[in-house]
Design a protein around this ligand. Structure first.
Ligand SMILES: N[C@@H](CCC(=O)N[C@@H](CS)C(=O)NCC(=O)O)C(=O)O
Length: 202
């Protein structure tokens, strides 16, 4: 399999980390949606990452659907989200909130650092910043992850840890270490795991 996209994308990184945790070998194709647009367009006319190219040539997009595909072909004990049941919904909802946090961090980044300053719209930046922190606050308010007491890692752990690492990378001043203490603990634990260390954001 080939995974297209850079690890500075939280969406690409969560897929790469998950593949390593699940033991899937992949070739990493480090194309940027901004710096390699022509090449990207040839691989994916939508110019979006991540994309997973399967060995038969099929191309998958959308990190959540890619992860669902991988869980479907993984050995049952290597799934990162249970196939059914209440726990599945609970974990997927945590992923959903972490994806809102990520999406809003990306929007604020695009608005404040990619757009020329004269075109940046303050009220929109304030709205997205508020939504980003609301989402991180919700994640921080959930009980400590069972991972920290020895349970197996889940997709909620991966996506939450990747979201915080990404948001801090693009908005360092907004994430002092004491702002989201529970998430910090989870992040520190996850970022020390081989699957995360082998998937550096920068
Ligand atoms: N919902 C998508 C989001 C993917 C996404 O927005 N990726 C960004 C990179 S972080 C991208 O492709 N940006 C280029 C663009 O939107 O034109 C997913 O989960 O895969």
């Amino acid at each position: 399999m080939k995974l297209i996209g850079l690890f500075d994308s939280a969406y690409v990184r969560r897929v790469a980390v998950s593949m390593r945790l699940q033991g899937f070998a992949f070739e990493h194709v480090a194309l940027s949606v901004f710096r390699h647009q022509d090449e990207m367009r040839r691989v994916n006319p939508l110019v979006k990452v991540p994309m997973l190219v399967l060995d038969d040539g099929d191309k998958l997009i959308e990190s959540s659907f890619i992860l669902d595909y991988l869980d479907g072909i993984a050995a049952p004990e290597r799934r990162l989200v249970p196939a059914s049941g209440t726990e599945r919904q609970r974990l997927l909802q945590q992923c959903a909130v972490a994806l809102v946090a990520t999406e809003k961090a990306v929007q604020v980044y695009y608005e404040t650092q990619l757009r020329p300053a004269e075109f940046s719209y303050g009220p929109w930046v304030a709205r997205c910043t508020g939504q980003m922190h609301e989402a991180f606050g919700m994640l921080d308010a959930t009980p400590a992850s069972p991972l920290l007491s020895g349970a197996q890692i889940t997709q909620a752990d991966v996506t939450k840890a990747v979201a915080l690492r990404f948001a801090r990378f693009v908005h360092p001043a907004q994430f002092p270490a004491d702002r989201y203490p529970r998430l910090e603990k989870l992040s520190a634990h996850c970022e020390a795991l081989p699957a995360f260390l082998e998937t550096p954001l920068e």
